[in-house]
Design a protein around this ligand. Structure first.
Ligand SMILES: [Zn+2]
Length: 241
């Protein structure tokens, strides 16, 4: 893909793009280009993966890791990205958390499988990318799960080099999740964040990148640990909307 075509698609699909510094934009384009070429792209039967989809997905994955020393390493075990046209219905017996299993059909708009593929419903991803102010983004969500899974378990705690930073993270996230579950007050974090610590991290990541100022206002400690982990300060960038 020609560089200007790549940039045109990233500009169109990645809401925070105009708020990034020049060097961040350049690095994000590089990471996006590499992911577009290195990831294995598959489509559900009867569907076709387009350049637009590849760039939209790769740019969101790249945004999460743009400040990491070796961002692409974070996605080394993504076996493929499987694009579905709309809602994905998971059938068969599945673990639904809290020691429970279910045989019910389970409609989802995305899924991250440990050391396996990332599944995405394109209509949901496209709709959310067009309305970033709503604070929901399945692409940021599923790739956040991949970062969480890098230490082998999906528990809402990604990898940290620094033990102090890890302790701070666990303390703040545990308290924040407990508070969210205990109160019925409106929150920038939608109810799904209460499911378990892994979903809490994935939902918080969506909001951190799409509604950073609102998150910082509501829960400065949570904003701070996310900022320190991602090494990005989106609330300090110029406003997106
Ligand atoms: Zn999730």
């Amino acid at each position: 893909m020609a560089p200007d075509q790549l940039q045109r698609l990233v500009t169109r699909w990645l809401a925070p793009w105009p708020t990034l510094a020049g060097a961040e934009q350049a690095h994000l384009l590089e990471l996006t280009d590499t992911l577009v070429h290195q990831l294995r792209w598959e489509a559900a039967s009867g569907f076709e993966v387009t350049d637009t989809m590849r760039v939209a997905v790769a740019a969101h994955a790249a945004l999460l890791v743009v400040s990491f020393d070796d961002g692409l390493q974070s996605y080394h075990d993504v076996s493929s990205v499987i694009m579905h046209p709309s809602t994905i219905v998971r059938r068969g017996t599945k673990y639904v958390g809290d020691g429970m299993w279910s045989d019910d059909d389970d409609p989802v708009i995305g899924e991250a499988v440990h050391r396996g593929p990332v599944l995405v419903s394109w209509d949901a991803a496209a709709q959310q990318a067009r309305e970033p102010w709503r604070g929901e983004n399945v692409l940021l969500h599923e790739f956040a799960h991949r970062l969480d899974m890098l230490d082998g378990i999906s528990d809402g705690t990604p990898l940290f080099d620094d033990a102090g930073q890890l302790d701070d993270w666990v303390r703040v996230c545990t308290q924040s999740l407990r508070r969210l579950r205990a109160h019925d007050e409106p929150s920038v974090l939608r109810n799904y964040a209460e499911t378990n610590p892994a979903e809490f991290f994935a939902v918080a990541t969506e909001v951190f990148f799409t509604r950073p100022t609102a998150l910082r206002e509501e829960n400065p400690d949570l904003y701070r640990v996310l900022r320190d982990y991602f090494r990005q300060d989106p609330a300090a960038r110029r406003p997106m909307y």
